[in-house]
Design a protein around this ligand. Structure first.
Ligand SMILES: C[S@@+](CC[C@H](N)C(=O)[O-])C[C@H]1O[C@@H](n2cnc3c(N)ncnc32)[C@H](O)[C@@H]1O
Length: 204
């Protein structure tokens, strides 16, 4: 077992410690947070008030990217790393509204995200299409991410890999390894956020 492998959700779940996914949910106006998350979120707002607008702009950017990839580029497979908690305009909702046959695989290492994912994302998903899967893993464990993605995605076909509002949680030394492993893991081309920006999807 990799030392990045998540343990059982129960021991990892501690609502007394602020967690990025829940703090982010607070900034987005979501409901999935605890007092410790709200305190941390408010503390950041006090020192950096633009953080709320930034989080919401990032979310809008995610929607534009997925819409562009599905509608303009014909992408039907998405690997969304760093899922986050449920929020309007998620990858599966946007992609499957355009292409009901789109397949989405999410990955995150947060136990609360895992609980929501089990309820909302896998199986028929929020859109009622049986095209969503979820990997409970640290994104640095790229072997687990790639083998998990292979359960639902066809690696011979294009796959868009999304890493929005994620990489700042990852030590700089690991970012290159993640990018390389993802790029080398696919035999077809991939489309990263960087390439979307190059393709003139309006940035947040
Ligand atoms: C700020 S949220 C972004 C959610 C979504 N991608 C978006 O842009 O709206 C960051 C997510 O990354 C997840 N995350 C942070 N570090 C991670 C890691 N090492 N492995 C997997 N997920 C991670 C957190 O649990 C959280 O759900």
């Amino acid at each position: 077992m990799s030392d990045l492998q998540p343990a059982d959700p129960a021991p990892r779940f501690d609502p007394s410690i602020a967690h990025p996914a829940r703090v982010y949910s607070y900034w987005l106006g979501g409901k999935d947070h605890y007092p410790a998350d709200r305190r941390a979120a408010e503390e950041v707002i006090r020192s950096r008030p633009q953080v709320v607008a930034g989080a919401r702009a990032n979310r809008a950017f995610l929607a534009r990217v997925v819409r562009y990839l599905a509608a303009e580029c014909g992408i039907r497979q998405f690997l969304d790393l760093g899922t986050g908690l449920p929020a309007p305009g998620s990858t599966d909702e946007i992609a499957q509204a355009i292409a009901p046959d789109a397949r989405i695989v999410y990955a995150d290492n947060d136990p609360l995200v895992l609980i929501h994912a089990r309820a909302l994302l896998t199986g028929t998903g929020r859109t009622g299409h049986e095209r969503c899967d979820y990997i409970d893993a640290d994104v640095r464990d790229t072997a687990t991410i790639l083998s998990g993605a292979a359960r639902a995605l066809d690696f011979a076909q294009p796959i868009a890999v999304l890493m929005l509002a994620l990489l700042h949680f990852i030590p700089f030394s690991d970012r290159f390894k993640i990018n390389m492993s993802m790029t080398c893991g696919f035999t077809s081309w991939t489309c990263s956020r960087r390439e979307c920006r190059a393709a003139r999807v309006p940035a947040a």
